[in-house]
Design a protein around this ligand. Structure first.
Ligand SMILES: [Zn+2]
Ligand SMILES: [Zn+2]
Length: 151
């Protein structure tokens, strides 16, 4: 069974992942550049019942909009996102996992906004979001790639 722990920079907030991601991604959008203070964000979409905060109380930061970005209240690390109108998965920042290399990006989004020198190993690139009808095939292909690298 999957059991992966992660947390913020200072350790006040800890979370646990007990389900494999639906997909792992890098996002090059300027919002992610600003919130990470880096070239792109790294995340994995975890089914909601496979994600739990086990220590601390994350607070909302970022845009404080319909998409909720959760941060540690003390060190202000960006930990996970609950996208607008979606309750069946949580986007966790894979860099916050205790094994940060575990889920390399499979897709990359918003390459239209990427820094000219920023590259990732993602297999599929999209100028903005993938078209809605592409998700089923992408998640199927990603599940196969995870099965191929099973422990
Ligand atoms: Zn912290
Ligand atoms: Zn982004």
């Amino acid at each position: 069974m999957t059991k992966l722990d992660g947390g913020c920079r200072c350790g006040q907030v800890r979370f646990r992942v007990t389900a494999l991601p639906l997909v792992a991604m890098a996002c090059h959008c300027t919002g992610c550049q600003r919130m990470t203070g880096s070239a792109f964000s790294l995340s994995a979409a975890i089914p909601s019942d496979g994600f739990a905060v086990v220590e601390g109380e994350p607070v909302i930061g970022g845009l404080h909009g319909a998409t909720r970005h959760y941060f540690c209240p003390h060190c202000m690390s960006w930990l996970f996102t609950r996208p607008e109108g979606i309750d069946w998965f949580v986007n966790i920042r894979t860099t916050m996992l205790d094994e940060p290399a575990r889920f390399p990006p499979f897709i990359e989004t918003f390459t239209s906004e990427k820094l000219p020198w920023a590259t990732t190993s993602a297999k599929h690139s999209f100028e903005t979001y993938p078209p809605f009808e592409a998700y089923e095939e992408l998640t199927r292909e990603y599940a196969q790639s995870l099965a191929g690298n099973a422990d």
